[in-house]
Design a protein around this ligand. Structure first.
Ligand SMILES: [Zn+2]
Length: 154
């Protein structure tokens, strides 16, 4: 199922734009603008997967250590209080986990589930968006992951 013809995500995964880290199984990308929260990134499977139930053994072994490392580095780079994690699997045939820094100050004072509503609010122009700040955080995260990459899948 990898590289299925006609899949926009498969095409996107082959392009360098927006890639913050990648290996044989995963790619880490900044979300598409508008970026309501700097450091909002996606962990994307290279294969088509409806969700964790379809991880193969290699992906399942890699997932935990990869996610832990990505969150530790994102905490370090952003200074956020914690990193939120959500994966619904509604919008693409690739497993993609949203990793969102929860800062002390958030747009609309959002927290918990409300944070995931901020992407819609940003698209609707209801909250200010600072793409330059988001790009700076993304660049710092890319550099940090280049210096200290997640464990290489076996
Ligand atoms: Zn695809």
């Amino acid at each position: 199922m990898t590289g299925a013809a006609g899949c926009g995500i498969c095409t996107k995964l082959t392009k360098p734009d927006g890639v913050l880290y990648e290996n044989a199984l995963w790619q880490v990308r900044a979300i598409e603008p508008p970026t309501p929260v700097p450091g909002w990134v996606l962990l994307v499977s290279r294969r088509h997967l409806a969700g964790p139930a379809e991880l193969d053994e290699r992906e399942a072994e890699s997932f935990g250590p990869t996610l832990r490392h990505l969150h530790r580095v994102l905490l370090d780079v952003t200074g956020a209080l914690r990193i939120y994690l959500a994966a619904m699997g509604e919008s693409a045939p690739h497993f993609h986990a949203h990793c969102v820094p929860r800062y002390a100050a958030m747009p609309k004072d959002a927290k918990a589930w409300g944070v995931f509503e901020l992407q819609r609010a940003a698209v609707a122009g209801e909250i200010p968006v600072d793409e330059a700040a988001a790009a700076r955080v993304a660049a710092r995260y890319r550099e940090a992951l280049a210096a200290a990459p997640p464990p290489v899948p076996r």
